[in-house]
Design a protein around this ligand. Structure first.
Ligand code: PLP
Length: 364
């Protein structure tokens, strides 16, 4: 028998969450961000759920874009980091992809390539995140160079917000973007999940929802996923495979970081950091055993972690455990572990078997 750990991916929930993003976007299009193997959920599965409904997709990798086209997706596909070398441009044209252009190096490659077909591009503006894109002083020249290339067809102006999810918001970046692009009659793409959910004025013509599609809240401190109408897509489950009764003063796991203050019944769960559970999750991280909430104890090891069964008398070997997902929002686990649900999802390890639910969602 394989280890009892399993990730269940609910394609119906994924589709539901996409439709929530679409609803929020109003008349704008919503490009489903499926980078990083659909945030760890499996690109092939995400395609099955989303291809029938999505206005477009956004990702980073040519190989992933090729996978979408091979699955029959004809909708636009944005490459959020554009291309990396001149050879990529032939594939971009052949696959009909929409690369971001964020640097002078990319402009030069595009000029020299003189591709045969037409290319739509996203011209990336650095409005304050200071990662990728053209600043105010360089934007005009970049746009002029794009416009001078006959093979460049549609130009969409794009920027990315650094703090759409916190109290600072998007005000300053949006003002910078508007100042840089004043007077231009070009479509714009601004909003990630947080901006889409919090700042409808900043949606533009193409929204780029990512984490919300997977049922994570981009700002769990402000709004839980539930409250946003989002459903968990990934549920990570396992079982109790061992039980120990320890006395006051005894310790659990590597480093003995948890010390029992009284008689404690501890359950050993077949899930560790090699499965993608965060090793830095401290004692007290929430976990469900038999559908009831308890807490982890001590350090997460490679293949196992330990939880408190003291108040769960009927739990024992074979009891089902939920690490996150249905009944326990990944955001709660992530917050307890000092990270974000994005990282939990993306870290799901290849060794964890995956089962799929809601398979017929696309046809429904
Ligand atoms: C990843 C990414 C997104 C999606 O962000 P979420 O916070 O997951 O919604 C949108 N735009 C760009 C440029 C990205 O890199």
């Amino acid at each position: 028998m394989p280890r009892p750990i399993r990730a269940s991916i609910d394609l119906e929930a994924l589709r539901h969450n996409y439709l929530v993003s679409k609803h929020r976007a109003g008349s704008a299009r919503a490009f489903a961000v499926v980078k990083a193997n659909a945030y760890g959920h499996g690109l092939d599965r995400a395609i099955r759920a989303l291809a029938p409904v999505a206005d477009g997709f956004a990702l980073l990798d040519l190989a992933e874009a090729r996978q979408l086209r091979a699955a029959g997706v004809t909708a636009p596909i944005a490459l959020l980091e554009g291309f990396f070398e001149p050879a990529d441009l032939a594939d971009i044209v052949a696959l009909g992809l929409t690369p971001a252009i964020h640097s002078e190096a990319q402009l030069a490659m595009l000029e020299r390539a003189r591709p045969e077909g037409a290319i739509d591009v996203l011209l990336k503006i650095n409005s304050g995140m200071n990662r990728l894109g053209f600043t105010a002083d360089r934007f005009g020249a970049a746009l002029a160079r794009l416009r001078a290339m006959p093979w460049v067809r549609g130009i969409t102006l794009m920027t990315h917000f650094a703090r759409a999810d916190d109290e600072v918001g998007i005000g300053a970046q949006l003002a910078t973007f508007k100042a840089i692009t004043a007077g231009l009659d070009l479509p714009v793409s601004l909003a990630n999940s947080a901006a889409l959910l919090r700042f409808p004025e900043a949606v533009g013509q193409i929204a780029r929802p990512g984490i919300m599609l997977y049922g994570g809240s981009p700002m769990p401190d402000l709004h839980g996923a539930d409250e946003l109408g989002l459903r968990p897509v990934m549920t990570l489950t396992s079982e109790i495979i061992g039980v120990q009764e320890i006395a006051a003063g005894e310790r659990v796991g590597y480093g003995g970081t948890f010390e029992a203050s009284g008689p404690t019944r501890v359950g050993v769960v077949a899930c560790g950091y090699a499965d993608g559970y965060p090793r830095h999750a401290p004692t007290g991280t929430p976990i469900l055993v038999g559908g009831r909430r308890t807490r982890t104890l001590g350090r997460v090891s490679m293949d196992m972690l330990v939880c408190d069964l003291s108040h769960l008398e009927d739990a024992g070997v074979g009891s089902p455990v939920t690490l996150w997902g249905d009944g326990l929002p990944a955001d709660e686990v992530a917050t307890a572990a000092g990270t974000i649900s994005y990282e939990l999802f993306c870290a799901l390890a290849p060794r964890v078997p995956v089962s799929v639910r809601g398979e017929s969602a696309g046809a429904a």
